[in-house]
Design a protein around this ligand. Structure first.
Ligand code: NAD
Length: 286
């Protein structure tokens, strides 16, 4: 199997820009497309800033930054005929993703794998609008993509083994560890484990069993997690957490995924965690 030389990335937001940066850091040419005016320029400035900060920390050579940036090329979707592999990272809206996949499957070469970075949607459903569903796979990166080690590779109903292997190869080229999610199920593995942990921590808080600080301390020191669950929930965004819980609950009809009232109240009040300055904790805004 040939290493990937040209990667197409659709969507240049938080995740798309992170994936483009990661690929460029590993010498892969990136065709980057976003439908929003100015999005690519904003992504390129953010990537340069992040690389400069990484250089200050001694993680990349300052002299290599221009070369890495030159690997990322603003492109149209039609240019994706050149791509060996495509990762979609547009907004988490099924109709938008389906339009992108349907369009891509008409443009790319037959052997090109189409991967989605969706956090929750069914890969099988996305593949259903493509001419070659056997080349469609999930590649779930974590935020920030250049730093977080894991990629969940998700098998859709018709995904071929060679498609999984190509996704594994690309992840390896980018220095990532992978796991294979053998069944296309909501939450894959990580969110399926994380959401019940968040929910139980929130229920313990609601019941007054322990303070938020002590719940976080218990999980950090007693289970050796780098962050407590309430802090982590604030970091991932309480609105995003609530959406994921509601999605899992609707799919499984299982109380393990029922969002606690304390979370719903915070989200309704606009307290979305670190990004809004307040969630379970208070954060000073920069
Ligand atoms: N943010 C996270 O922590 C995280 C983690 C893992 C996975 N994800 C998933 O990654 C995907 C992207 O999330 P994000 O946080 O980067 O979102 P984001 O809002 O930061 O970026 C989405 C980008 O997609 C672009 N876009 C929208 N419609 C498009 C279209 N039709 N064609 C091309 N570009 C289009 C937008 O202009 C925007 O730049 C989602 O599926 C999300 O669930 C997010």
């Amino acid at each position: 199997m040939e290493p990937i030389k040209t990667l197409g990335v659709v969507g240049a937001g938080t995740m798309g820009s992170g994936i483009a940066q990661l690929a460029a850091m590993h010498g892969i040419r990136v065709l980057l497309y976003d439908s929003q005016e100015g999005a690519i320029n904003r992504a390129l400035s953010k990537i340069r800033e992040r690389l400069m900060r990484a250089a200050e920390r001694g993680q990349v050579e300052t002299a290599h930054i221009d070369e890495m940036m030159s690997h990322i090329i603003e492109s149209s979707l039609d240019d994706f005929v050149q791509a060996d592999f495509v990762i979609e990272a547009v907004v988490e809206v099924m109709a938008v993703k389906k339009t992108v996949f349907e369009h891509l499957s008409r443009i790319v070469r037959p052997s090109t794998v189409l991967a989605s970075n969706t956090s929750s949607f069914s890969i099988t459903e996305l593949a259903s609008v493509c001419t070659r569903p056997e080349t469609v796979v999930g590649m779930h990166f974590f935020n920030p993509a250049p730093i977080m080690k894991l990629v969940e590779i998700v098998r859709g109903e018709d995904t071929l083994e060679t498609t999984i292997e190509q996704a594994q190869l690309l992840a390896q080229q980018m220095g990532k560890e992978t796991i294979v999610v053998q069944k296309d199920t909501p939450g894959f593995v990580v969110n399926r484990i994380l959401m019940p942990l968040f929910i139980e921590a929130m229920r313990i808080l609601e019941e007054g069993v322990a303070s938020k600080e002590d719940i976080d301390k218990a999980v950090k020191l007693g289970l050796n997690h780098p962050m407590g669950p309430l802090t982590l929930a604030d970091f991932t965004g309480l609105d995003v957490d609530l959406e994921v819980m509601d999605y899992l609950y609707n799919e499984f009809h299982d109380d393990r995924f029922a969002a606690p009232q304390v979370l719903r109240r915070l989200v309704r009040a606009g307290h979305l965690g670190k990004k809004s300055g307040r969630g379970f904790y208070h954060y000073s805004r920069k």
